[in-house]
Design a protein around this ligand. Structure first.
Ligand code: SAM
Length: 479
């Protein structure tokens, strides 16, 4: 380490660090998309650490990484050997899109062709649309590259760790994890936070930086919507709107990574259900337009006054490729779509939006749910959970977790690679959970199709466990 970070030693028998409090950014393995429920068992958003600054390049790069979520396995015990815990952190970094690179060094002497190996660098790449691990073997006089499927690559890393190389460094956007084994076989694990995280983030190509640019504050739409005003002649955020600004920027970052993953080319048809005052709808339109993706964006909103306000902004700014319709997502007909988004659509409006997205064949489904009311009154609690869930706050958090878990499983059962994660720090909104689903293609689609019976059985088992009679998305899909 270069002294910028603060180190924590976790020698054999030591334990992984406790989850960070709200004011200290949690380490990446607690923030990794899709892993919070078992990385830190806590049902509600209030129990997980904040999601980091949100708009940092490191997170953008992370979201651009291919999905490695199939690598997730249960965590080893805190007392497990250091090499097991290190491998677990490697899996989490891959699954959470936080993997920068893995460096294996300190080769153990061997005979033959491999005798002059000096080190091995492993990077996460995408090969023909599928995630892969690229191994760069550095010999004294040559480099050799070999690519592996994720599971095979991880198996090879596991075999090499300690046996072929004594040292390993895992670089992530915000932490460095260092594993070493001494000549006497003593293993150590050291985790170091890299201050200013982004400095260590995986490098982004200039092209990617342009793609992930934040929204332009000077765009007249924002002042028309009351997000910005002029301060000394310059556009500035209205202070009360700073959180909304952060949210929509973060949403657009995640969308940009999903657009890459789905390989969308223009024109891109988008529906934003429960569009409200249209902040996100305009943001998505602006970003797609800036990428040359010919947006065809429709905001669908129950409230007529909001629809009129948003359409007046469109007229005032003479925008094309965007419109707002008064409508109810519960009665919305499916029509061809590329992207379905729903930011804080109330309760089962989220299920209806997800359903329209599925029926419309959307390649990307992004939803940040809110006010989970449907399942809570139905839940009949297993005796062992009653002492925990007698507290209303716990019951509410459990109902939320069960609701969103069922939604995620249902999306997977429909052939979508699905992640549930915190998309923004709690201080920006308490409604900070994101369900992101990208329609699987090729081998990934076949793998999900093969898992369908297992996924449906898991859904049935969760419902049976909590005594649930009905869940709206499941009902809509069965109709
Ligand atoms: C919490 S607001 C979110 C607004 C916007 N998406 C945002 O995050 O800034 C929820 C919006 O969903 C709308 N809504 C609720 N139920 C709806 C339904 N069934 N169909 C369409 N819109 C709905 C509400 O009128 C409200 O404007």
């Amino acid at each position: 380490m270069d002294g910028r970070g603060r180190g924590v030693d976790f020698k054999r028998g030591g334990s992984l660090p406790a989850p960070a409090g709200r004011r200290t950014p949690a380490p990446w393995w607690l923030r990794a998309p899709g892993v919070r429920n078992w990385a830190f068992h806590g049902p509600g958003p209030g129990n997980a650490g904040p999601a980091g600054g949100g708009a940092g390049c490191s997170t953008i790069a992370a979201m651009s990484a291919p999905l490695f979520t199939n690598l997730i396995t249960p965590p080893p015990a805190a007392t497990a050997p250091a090499h097991e815990r290190f491998l677990h952190l490697v899996r989490l970094a891959l699954a959470g899109g936080q993997f920068g690179k893995l460096l294996l060094s300190g080769p153990v002497a061997v005979d033959g062709d491999e005798a002059d190996v000096e080190r091995l660098t492993v990077r996460a790449i995408e090969l023909r649309g599928e995630p892969a691990l690229s191994f760069l073997w550095r010999h004294a006089t040559r480099d050799v590259t070999k690519n592996h499927a994720p599971a095979a690559g991880l198996a090879e890393i596991a075999a090499l760790l300690g046996a072929r190389f004594r040292n390993a460094h895992l670089h992530t956007a915000t932490e460095e994890v260092q594993f070493a084994v001494s000549r006497k076989g003593r293993e150590t694990l050291r985790v170091t936070r890299v201050d200013g995280g982004g400095a260590e983030a995986p490098a982004m190509a200039a092209h990617d930086k342009a793609k992930h640019r934040p929204l332009e504050m000077a765009h007249p739409v924002w002042s028309a919507l009351g997000l910005t005003h002029r301060v000394k002649g310059e556009p500035a955020l209205v202070p009360a709107m700073a959180r909304k600004w952060k949210q929509i920027n973060r949403f657009v970052e995640i969308l940009s990574a999903a657009v890459d993953e789905a390989g969308l080319a223009g024109p891109v048809r988008v529906a934003d259900f429960g569009s409200g005052k249209g902040y996100l709808t305009f943001a998505v339109h602006d970003w797609l337009q800036a990428q040359g993706l010919q947006p065809r964006v429709t905001g669908i909103e129950l409230r007529d006054d909001m629809v009129r306000l948003c359409n007046a902004v469109i007229d005032g700014e003479q925008l094309s490729g965007i419109r707002f319709d008064q409508g109810d997502v519960r009665t919305r007909e499916a029509q061809p779509l590329d992207v379905m988004i729903a930011l804080h659509a109330c309760d089962i409006a989220t299920d209806h939006a997800l359903h329209v997205g599925l029926e419309s064949g959307a390649r990307i489904i992004m939803s940040s749910p809110c006010c989970h009311k449907e399942l809570r009154p139905q839940m009949t609690l297993p005796a062992v959970l009653r002492p925990m869930l007698q507290h209303g706050i716990h019951l509410g958090q459990e109902a939320e977790m069960v609701t969103d878990s069922l939604r995620a499983l249902l999306l997977e059962s429909q052939g979508y690679r699905t992640q549930v994660f915190e998309f923004i720090a709690l201080e920006h909104t308490s409604k900070n959970k994101m369900i992101l689903a990208v329609k699987a293609q090729g081998a990934a689609a076949e793998a999900l199709a093969a898992r369908r019976p297992e996924l449906l059985a898991q859904i049935a088992e969760i419902k049976r466990f909590y005594g649930l009679r009905e869940q709206r998305l499941e009902q809509l899909l069965a109709a």
